[in-house]
Design a protein around this ligand. Structure first.
Ligand SMILES: NC(=O)c1ccc[n+]([C@@H]2O[C@H](COP(=O)([O-])OP(=O)(O)OC[C@H]3O[C@@H](n4cnc5c(N)ncnc54)[C@H](O)[C@@H]3O)[C@@H](O)[C@H]2O)c1
Length: 258
């Protein structure tokens, strides 16, 4: 899909990876709905896009809330004429103290935002997408591809996003929608900076990587997933050394899809 002239909704678009992706898509000529809980940064992102000549609008929305999620998708249609791209990106980590010491409501919120809201977003977006073809990208994580002892609930939510993406792809592609996900390594964003500061305060410095990615590197991988019409039901892993498509495991008795 050529993003020029298309309309995209980006959740968590006020910060980090979401913001970098919003700015990249807008530079490429897409109109962007930025949906986020944080209004000040969302409005600032819209201003930055508009002053660079792009089109964007902010909506305050909690991706776990059905009405909010519906409103953010409808805004793309009402303001820009169609819903072509949904980037389900909003996310949080459990943080310290980790599971099982964390409060139950904290890790439930992680599952709600990082996994359930992705499922909800796909459910609501599919019938609204332009019948000529739509693209959904979900933000998973390398934590969803490998064991992640630092934050098992986060890892489980992200593994859920990866499997949901693989499993939903045949249904979606019958409706002319391509669903893919991106699995970043550690990226220099406020979410990670908060985590690193908390880990240092708690004396847990062993897991802090020496090399970390910049948000634009993830935005470029997301753009690749949107632009390449041959990709559906795929995960792309992004490390500081480069990006690679993950081989999709075949279920017993089924044919491999990659
Ligand atoms: N930074 C990393 O190293 C890294 C690595 C792998 C995956 N990820 C994933 O990338 C995504 C973006 O993370 P980031 O690092 O850019 O973090 P970030 O904190 O910079 O941005 C996340 C944004 O999501 C928003 N958000 C959180 N909960 C929300 C909700 N309920 N409704 C709407 N918006 C909400 C926040 O307000 C924030 O603006 C997340 O899904 C995260 O799990 C990040």
């Amino acid at each position: 899909m050529d993003v020029k002239g298309k309309s995209a909704v980006i959740t968590g678009g006020a910060s980090g990876i979401g913001r970098a992706t919003a700015e990249l898509l807008a530079r490429k000529g897409a109109s962007v709905v930025i949906a986020d809980l944080v209004e000040a940064q969302g409005v600032e992102t819209v201003k930055a896009i508009e002053s660079a000549g792009g089109r964007a609008v902010f909506i305050k929305a909690d991706v776990t809330d059905e009405d909010d999620a519906r409103r953010m998708l409808e805004l793309a249609v009402n303001r820009f004429g169609s819903l072509d791209i949904l980037y389900n990106n909003a996310g949080i980590a459990v943080g310290l103290p980790g599971y099982p010491l964390a409060e139950i409501k904290r890790w439930r919120r992680v599952i709600d935002i990082d996994l359930q809201a992705v499922i909800l977003g796909c459910h609501l977006a599919a019938p609204m997408m332009d019948p000529k073809g739509g693209v959904i990208v979900n933000t998973a994580s390398m934590a969803g591809l490998y064991p992640y002892k630092e934050d098992p609930v986060y890892g489980a939510a992200k593994a859920g996003v990866v499997n949901f993406t693989y499993s939903l792809a045949p249904w979606a592609s019958k409706r002319n929608i391509r669903v893919n996900c991106v699995c970043p390594g550690v990226v220099d964003t406020p979410l990670v900076r908060r985590g690193i500061e908390a880990a240092k305060r708690a004396g847990h410095t062993a897991g802090i990587p020496a090399k970390i990615l910049q948000p634009i590197q993830i935005a470029e991988a997301v753009l690749r997933l949107i632009e390449d019409d041959n990709l559906f039901g795929r995960a792309i892993e992004v490390r500081p050394t480069g990006a690679r498509l993950v081989e999709v495991p075949a279920a017993p008795g089924s044919r491999k899809t990659s």
